[in-house]
Design a protein around this ligand. Structure first.
Ligand SMILES: Cc1ncc(COP(=O)(O)O)c(C=O)c1O
Length: 381
């Protein structure tokens, strides 16, 4: 059996069509998009065509897309850039289940004098619109709420949240790194002023992302230099990267979503047949089509992950992005899991490249691993 990669929320395999689209931009079409000669103009065209693809996919205008070096940079740019444009004061509302790059940017901003409210979520990971309304202050300038959660897959109702922000005239940002191409995003319907996107979660290359910035929004650039990206982010553009990013968006289709939904349902059904297993995150349709997060409740998730790895199956405990730290998952904590339960949890995240046969194999192996571990190391909750 080939390795079975079930850590697609951490990153994904680059699609061959993406790779093929990118290759000429390393070897033949390597011009600098700021150069006036033919090769420079060829690069410029590729850059602007890619920008149009990304813009169209979220109902935005071409000049509202700023390419970045990934989701982390786009989130930092939005939060810090808005705070600086506000005159280094004011109040941001976010949630307790954001990705670390949002939470740690907010913590940094607090040290610079920004006030931040971290909204609670319910046991399935949903933000309450009433709690949001109650948190608004006259000095609130930005609401930043993740779209699809990277750990538990819960998808927030951005239309409702966007209505609240619009009514109060407050800028609205979402981190859509996990939901992009899996859940429809429309910047007008959702009243979004900023959207963070990235490429490596959707079978594109790593190190590329984008920030959608609604025309005329107040934001201060973080990178100053030659005035690239409409003066908002200077540095020579990563043409091969953005070409790959746009190709990844073009090849992503609704049939992939339907396919992943089926695989996910099969995997969740099979896992819930194992005694004492509980599903974390949304129990309904408002869940990313590729996310499964379960607690085994009496055995260590790390131990299960280790055994799965030995069988060639890649999984993740909590968020892979934060496994550099030993802290327990702040997302699982926010939905009310105890420290012990959090330690019994694993995330399996699928992609269009996983097969039914692979899922069958996981469902054959996993119950055996669980049975073995339960005999060896039961945890008392
Ligand atoms: C929700 C979310 N936001 C932001 C990021 C960071 O994106 P990047 O790895 O492109 O910096 C990730 C991925 O780790 C993510 O899942």
């Amino acid at each position: 059996m080939n390795p079975i990669y079930l850590d697609n929320a951490a990153t994904t395999q680059v699609d061959e069509k993406v790779l093929k689209a990118m290759l000429p931009y390393f070897t033949e079409k390597y011009g600098n998009a700021s150069s006036q000669h033919v090769m420079g103009q060829e690069a410029k065209r590729a850059l602007e065509d890619s920008r149009s693809v990304i813009a169209k996919s979220i109902g935005a205008k071409r000049e509202e897309i700023i390419f970045t070096a990934g989701g982390t940079e786009a989130n930092n740019f939005c939060l810090k850039g808005c705070f600086f444009a506000e005159g280094n004061k004011g109040h941001i509302i976010t949630t307790k289940i954001e990705h670390d790059c949002v939470l740690n940017s907010c913590k940094w901003l607090e040290k610079q004098g920004c006030e931040v409210t971290y909204l609670n979520v319910d046991e399935e990971g949903f933000v309450s619109v009433d709690e949001l309304k109650g948190a608004l202050r006259p000095e609130t300038f930005l609401v930043s709420i993740i779209h699809g959660n990277n750990e538990i897959g819960t998808v927030q109702d951005l239309v409702k949240i966007g209505e609240v922000c619009k009514e109060k005239g407050i800028m609205f940002h979402t981190d859509a790194c996990q939901s992009y191409t899996k859940v429809l995003i429309n910047v007008d319907k959702m009243n979004l002023d900023f959207v963070t996107l990235n490429s490596h979660k959707i079978h594109g290359p790593k190190g590329v992302g984008a920030l959608y910035i609604r025309k005329d929004s107040k934001i201060t650039p973080l990178l100053h230099g030659g005035g690239h990206e409409f003066g908002l982010r200077s540095t020579t553009e990563n043409i091969s990267g953005v070409v790959g990013f746009a190709k990844a968006v073009q090849v992503a289709g609704n049939s992939d979503i339907r396919y992943m939904n089926k695989l996910r349902a099969k995997l969740i059904d099979g896992l819930l047949k194992i005694p004492n297993v509980t599903l974390n995150g949304s129990k309904g349709d408002e869940r990313l089509c590729n996310n499964i997060n379960v607690s085994f409740n009496d055995i260590e998730g790390e131990a299960i992950g280790g055994y799965l790895d030995a069988y060639g199956i890649s999984s993740s405990t909590g968020s892979a992005c934060s496994s550099n730290t030993l802290d327990v998952s702040h997302v699982l904590k926010a939905i009310g899991l105890s420290h012990e339960q959090i330690n019994t949890s694993i995330r399996l995240s699928i992609s269009k490249f996983n097969t039914k046969k692979e899922i069958d194999y996981v469902l054959e192996i996993l119950p055996k691993i669980v049975e073995k571990l339960r005999k060896m190391t039961p945890i008392k909750l």
